[in-house]
Design a protein around this ligand. Structure first.
Ligand code: GTP
Ligand code: MG
Ligand code: ZN
Length: 357
């Protein structure tokens, strides 16, 4: 059962110490206010986090949809307790609005991030870039998805506009309503892989899930006519098995893209590593050959896996590069917008003068 959800040897190794304590693995498929739904080899069970895990949540966040967890089961009641979160391969993170609540993981162990924007509204390159930076940093492969292609007179031109931003990832056009482009989207997700839909309310995320499933499983709702904004129809994050063997996480529309925090994403995955350098003797330690380096000590005594350390350093570099790039692209777009405005302004002034003369 859990193999279908992407259970791997690596995860089995991570579970081993918990298995010795009698715990079994499961994957979080639904997160609600009062608890979770997890899939296990015993089927789907309601679950709650243990008190100790809640205590640790400040550091690594609460269990999130997509997380692999170690559970104790109480099969009679069809419930379970989550005792530990297995190390995440990727995580989409944002700072909770109330900072006391710490990190909020939008989804964990995501392979592909669909950055969803709808063609009935103005394309916002800056927003797309910020989502992309967050996606790269989460560790997932991003794909830009332009929805409601049926509402645009020239969807290909808009897709070309985004591709021209040098986004370095596929840009796909879809229409859930007309069933266009759906296969190309599903083909991005291999069996056992998990993708997430990230985007504002009303762009058509749940409609896409329904189109993939060929049934109205998720609630959808028309956007407001006054301002084209969505109505925040989806209220929970949920992981759904697709017919092709991949999985998809539907999420509530994100109100504020700035809240997706790329840097925190790295922290949520590499929590243990991030704190290590604090133990180095020198605060500016480069972990190369300084004496009293905690990182090298951990590498030598085997507590820090060299591959994980290398991956962490690579992500840190990419984070810096992605932020710089997002910044540059946003400034570029802003300059072009102002230039166009100026041109328009000069032209109207000329016309005004023309009509007065
Ligand atoms: N014309 C057209 N309308 C679409 C398409 N996809 C979705 N819609 C409409 O857009 C509206 C919003 O769709 P949802 O799927 O509820 O959007 P959502 O992104 O899940 O929104 P939240 O759950 O609030 O985040 C609905 O009225 C859909 O019928 C499409 O391909 N073409
Ligand atoms: Mg929805
Ligand atoms: Zn060091």
């Amino acid at each position: 059962m859990i193999e279908q959800y992407g259970w791997s040897e690596q995860l089995a190794a991570a579970l081993a110490p918990h298995a010795r304590a009698g715990h079994t693995p499961g994957r979080v498929v639904l997160q609600q206010r009062d608890g979770y739904l997890v899939v296990t080899d015993q089927g789907e069970l309601r679950a709650k986090a243990s008190g100790r895990l809640l205590h640790e949540a400040k550091e690594i966040g609460h269990p999130a949809v997509g997380d692999w967890v170690a559970l104790s089961l109480s099969p009679q009641e069809r419930t379970a307790t989550i005792h530990a979160i297995l190390p995440r391969s990727t995580a989409f993170v944002r700072r909770a609005a109330h900072s006391s609540r710490g990190l909020q993981i939008i989804a964990a162990n995501i392979d592909v991030a669909f950055i969803v924007t709808s063609l009935n509204a103005d394309l916002n390159p800056r927003r797309i870039q910020r989502y992309l930076a967050a996606a790269w940093q989460s560790g997932a492969r991003p794909v830009v998805v332009l929805t409601k292609s049926d509402l645009s007179p020239d969807p290909e031109a808009l897709a070309a506009e985004i591709t021209a931003l040098d986004v370095d990832c596929p840009v796909l056009l879809v229409s859930a309503r007309e069933g266009l482009g759906l296969d190309a989207l599903v083909n991005q997700v291999k069996p056992g892989e998990t993708c997430v839909l990230i985007g504002s309310s009303g762009v058509g995320k749940s409609s896409l899930v329904n189109a993939f499933l060929n049934e109205d499983r998720m609630a959808t709702q028309a956007i407001r006519e006054s301002d084209d904004q969505g109505r925040h129809t989806t209220s929970h994050r949920q992981l759904i098995m697709l017919p092709g063997g991949g999985m998809i996480v539907d999420t509530p529309g994100i109100r504020e893209v700035g809240l997706i925090d790329a840097e925190e994403g790295v922290s949520a995955v590499f929590d243990d590593i991030e704190h290590l350098p604090q133990d180095c003797r020198f605060s500016d330690c480069s972990h190369a050959n300084e004496p009293g380096c905690a990182v090298r000590a951990a590498l030598e005594d085997g507590t820090l896996d060299p591959d994980r350390w290398a991956h962490f350093q690579k992500l840190k570099l990419e984070l810096a590069a992605a932020e710089e790039k997002a910044d540059r692209v946003a400034k570029d777009a802003e300059r072009r917008r102002l230039a166009a405005l100026q041109k328009h302004y000069r032209a109207t002034k000329r016309n005004d003068r023309g009509s007065r003369d």
